[in-house]
Design a protein around this ligand. Structure first.
Ligand code: AMP
Ligand code: MG
Length: 356
């Protein structure tokens, strides 16, 4: 099965071609340069850039895969969650192509995409990854921070050994941020320090040589029994502590401030992940989303998994952590196996607040 996947939920215009769950080509056109001076994503600018770039991106993806539009079997597109006017560009393009070329159409949840980014295979079908259920996934990016319990629904348990291809997946959000996403918090802290956008990677680099105990910052909600997150209090505490500092003092302490802030964000993430592991006893752990590109976070996640003697899956390539269309194509593949195609193509709509 040949799948064309499209993703435009935020500020990356992405297209990919897959043969089943194996990635043949993937193009990502990042708009960070356009949004950098505003310190965050400006929806109108994102929409315009998606409109300009989506068609050429699709053409390049098909060309690199050496596949013609006529040979594609299904088109998978992100319908939500995300920025409404950005999502609309991808959804409209997918509908237009599906109708014009008479292709099957599949609507995809972006967060499911981040989770299944762990299952993207290369052209040779590698890596072969297994998920034992229940699995617990931490998805942490610029738009969301969620702990998702993933189970498998087997229509017929007696038909051979359960495989990933058989039956559907059931997702339950067991915890999520009540305000800002973790990546968003990192981006905002970077902005307060006068650093560039996106802030996550810049803070990562500065934090390497900083003192994480330099500022005393809260770990919001960490003593509560639920598995929810909050990052706005942390951001405010950071702001109040440095707002009266002269520019020079901030400049001299960029490494310490970055290390302190990053540590507070990662502690918060890990505290709740650990609590949820203790509660749900998952057989597989997964972590993905833009912030999981961070090497320090990956190290801490590996240590946590070791403590529980549980396998931990993280996307094999850095570019599979941040937004991409390959992950949308993989979800499309599993949905296609179950025949979950859009019935009336004209009616497919974006859903900015889509949940599981
Ligand atoms: P996404 O929304 O999945 O495309 O991810 C983008 C978010 O991930 C932004 O908030 C970035 O600041 C954050 N991010 C990307 N790379 C890193 C990194 N190396 N460390 C921390 N955060 C990162
Ligand atoms: Mg994302």
């Amino acid at each position: 099965m040949k799948i064309l996947a499209i993703e435009t939920s935020c500020d990356d215009t992405c297209a990919a071609v897959l043969e089943n769950d194996c990635l043949i080509s993937s193009v990502i056109s990042s708009q960070t340069d356009l949004h950098a001076k505003w310190g965050g994503v400006v929806p109108d600018i994102a929409k315009r850039a998606h409109i300009e770039r989506i068609e050429p991106e699709i053409k390049i993806a098909l060309k690199r895969a050496k596949i013609k539009m006529e040979e594609i079997d299904a088109i998978a597109v992100t319908v939500g969650p995300g920025l409404a006017i950005a999502l609309g560009v991808g959804v409209n393009k997918a509908k237009e192509l599906a109708i014009k070329f008479n292709k099957k159409l599949i609507g995809i949840n972006h967060v499911e995409g981040h989770i299944l980014a762990n299952l993207i295979k290369n052209k040779e079908g590698k890596p072969e990854r297994k998920i034992e259920f229940p699995a617990l996934a931490l998805t942490v990016s610029g738009g969301h921070t969620k702990l998702v319990l993933m189970e498998q629904t087997h229509p017929s348990r007696r038909c051979g050994t359960p495989s990933l291809e058989k039956g559907g997946f059931k997702y339950t959000v067991v915890g999520e941020t009540l305000d800002d996403a973790a990546g968003e918090a990192l981006d905002k802290a970077a902005k307060m320090m006068g650093l560039g956008y996106p802030g996550g990677p810049i803070i990562e680099r500065l934090a390497e040589t900083g003192d994480k105990n330099y500022l005393k910052l809260p770990r919001p909600l960490s003593t509560q029994k639920n598995f929810d997150y909050s990052f706005s209090g942390l951001k405010t505490s950071f702001y109040y502590q440095i707002r009266e500092w002269p520019k020079e003092k901030i400049g001299e302490n960029l490494t310490n401030l970055s290390a302190s802030f990053q540590d507070a964000v990662f502690d918060s993430l890990l505290i709740k992940f650990k609590k949820a592991i203790e509660f749900y006893n998952p057989k597989t752990l997964m972590a993905s989303g833009g912030v999981v590109a961070n090497l320090e976070l990956r190290k801490r996640l590996r240590k946590l998994a070791k403590e529980f003697n549980a396998p931990l899956l993280m996307p094999v390539k850095k570019q599979f952590n941040t937004d991409n269309a390959a992950m949308i194509g993989v979800v499309g593949y599993y949905k296609a196996l179950r025949g979950e195609f859009v019935e009336n193509k004209e009616e497919l709509d974006r859903n900015p607040r889509l949940n599981f």
